[in-house]
Design a protein around this ligand. Structure first.
Ligand code: NAD
Length: 464
């Protein structure tokens, strides 16, 4: 047995461990009440403070905060409230002939004490999204948000303190050391959102207790634009999706793979839409954000330096300002395969364009890399779309749009291998935080009587 007594979070964990059965046995109505309380706190009490915190942490425009953080979570809560009764119900299953005389059902029971570790890019959404699923499923939760967005963490801590007792939900703030300490504890489930690199650390720690994990990771999400696509519409949607939150989105289109015959038209449309969205000077635009930290700014500027060294073509942008952590919306073509921009997840406002001669070459390129979280297809051809879907693998796909599959509660959200393990959102999130308990009830008599010795000739005959 590990010795946890020295762990300063052990006390909190122990309180939740003790309380988990009381929380887990709360009725549908009680869970609903908790979700309502959380909704009121977000929608009414803390709304303006959340907007201010995100402006301070990420320079996020209020409209973006409303759409991608507040509205998104309120949507999650409403959806959970609408479906909770059904999710909590016993799911009766059929009984095979060999078990005649019995009945069976699945009970979605809470996993127990859960840990949620969240990233900085949508600090509110990516903390409260999993929390809604976890409490709907009847768990207790310890949350560790990102240290990179301290204003958001502070507001979330205060909100959580108002809505929950700490033996139900508690938020602890801190850097990597805090995560490391928490990961030593024997949680029943760990829900981690962040980079594949840290995902491996989390999974290794979870393996010590055989805790189940949901890993919502990142990676390079490709966008294919074939020659049948409506190029102007594709450019508009890709420019919006790529530069939203300054490209700091896990499902941001990382790079574009485009049929070489439509590349020039596409780039000229991209320029037109960037001008329409952010004018000539995105730096002065209220609709354009900033890079989160100096470290991330340095990483992105090193990618641009690397592209220059390799003589890539800057089709749009390339300007930066270190003090304000500003990077202009940038589009680059002619990158050599070894360019950093084609190797690492970009997670910033830089879009590489890679051309292809034949569609099978584009798919081979994607399949030569780790499996992506999202794969986008812009095409008017049903045959091309089906071929791409059938010949590649990805966590999710959006056809003739980007990112928006994330917002449909009826779809599972998550990656595959390097881009993640397990799914979230709606029922899939509820399931991630639930144990599907198999329950079989034997009634007065059943064919299972035949199991008992002695194995007479008659029983042998029946078994055949
Ligand atoms: P990150 O992996 O650096 O950090 C995420 C969280 O892990 C933070 O709370 C951090 O404190 C903690 N952490 C960092 N190092 C740790 C360590 N060594 N041990 C334990 N915990 C540690 O990720 P980030 O920079 O905050 O976010 C960007 C990454 O997250 C990108 O790769 C992006 O694609 C991914 N992401 C994925 C999703 C998704 O839903 N799939 C959503 C947003 C971001």
């Amino acid at each position: 047995m590990d010795d946890f007594s020295s762990n300063r979070y052990y006390e909190l964990f122990s309180k939740q461990k003790l309380n988990q059965y009381a929380i887990g046995s709360r009725s549908y109505k009680e869970r609903l009440k908790t979700l309502n309380k959380l909704q009121v706190a977000i929608e009414e009490t803390y709304r303006v403070q959340i907007q201010e915190a995100l402006r301070k942490d990420l320079g996020k425009p209020v409209v973006e905060t409303e759409l991608t953080e507040i509205y998104a979570i309120i949507g999650d809560i409403k959806y959970a409230k609408k479906h909770l009764r059904q999710w909590m119900r016993k799911q009766q299953v059929e009984t095979p002939l060999a078990l005649l005389g019995s009945s069976a059902y699945i009970k979605y029971e809470p996993k127990g004490v859960c840990l949620i570790i969240s990233p900085w890019n949508f600090p509110f959404n990516l903390t409260f999204g999993p929390l809604v699923s976890a409490i709907a499923a009847g768990n207790t939760v310890i949350i560790k948000p990102s240290e990179m967005t301290p204003h958001s963490s502070k507001i979330m801590a205060s909100l959580i303190g108002d809505v929950f007792n700490e033996d139900h939900v508690a938020l602890v703030q801190g850097e990597v050391e805090v995560s490391t300490e928490l990961l030593k504890l024997p949680f029943n489930h760990i829900f981690f959102t962040g980079s594949p690199h840290v995902g491996k650390i989390v999974m290794k720690a979870a393996s010590q207790h055989l805790a189940s994990v949901t890993l919502e990771l990142g990676g390079k999400s490709p966008t294919i634009v074939d020659k049948t696509a409506n190029i102007d519409k594709a450019a508009k949607k890709i420019m919006w999706a790529k530069f939203l939150n300054c490209g700091q989105i896990c499902v941001s289109p990382d790079y574009v793979l485009i049929d070489e015959s439509v590349k020039t038209e596409f780039i000229s449309s991209c320029k037109k839409w960037l001008q329409a969205f952010y004018n000539d000077n995105p730096k002065a635009s209220d609709s354009y954000g900033r890079i989160v930290t100096d470290k991330h700014f340095e990483r992105l500027s090193s990618y641009l330096e690397n592209a220059k060294t390799l003589n890539a073509k800057f089709e749009v942008g390339g300007k930066m300002n270190r003090t304000s952590k500003y990077i202009e919306p940038t589009i680059i073509s002619g990158l050599k395969p070894e360019a950093k921009l084609l190797e690492d997840e970009i997670f910033g406002p830089i879009l590489p364009i890679v051309t292809y001669k034949r569609l099978d070459m584009a798919m081979a390129y994607i399949n030569s890399k780790p499996r992506p979280l999202a794969l986008y297809i812009y095409s008017k051809s049903k045959a091309n779309t089906n071929t791409i879907i059938n010949s590649t693998r990805a966590g999710g796909t959006c056809i003739n749009n980007s990112i928006l599959h994330y917002t449909n509660h009826n779809l599972p959200f998550g990656g595959i291998n390097n881009s993640g393990i397990g799914k979230s959102h709606g029922f899939f999130g509820f399931k991630a935080f639930s144990n599907e308990r198999a329950v079989m009830k034997q009634h007065t008599f059943g064919v299972t009587e035949l199991l008992f010795p002695p194995y007479t000739g008659f029983k042998e005959k029946l078994a055949r």
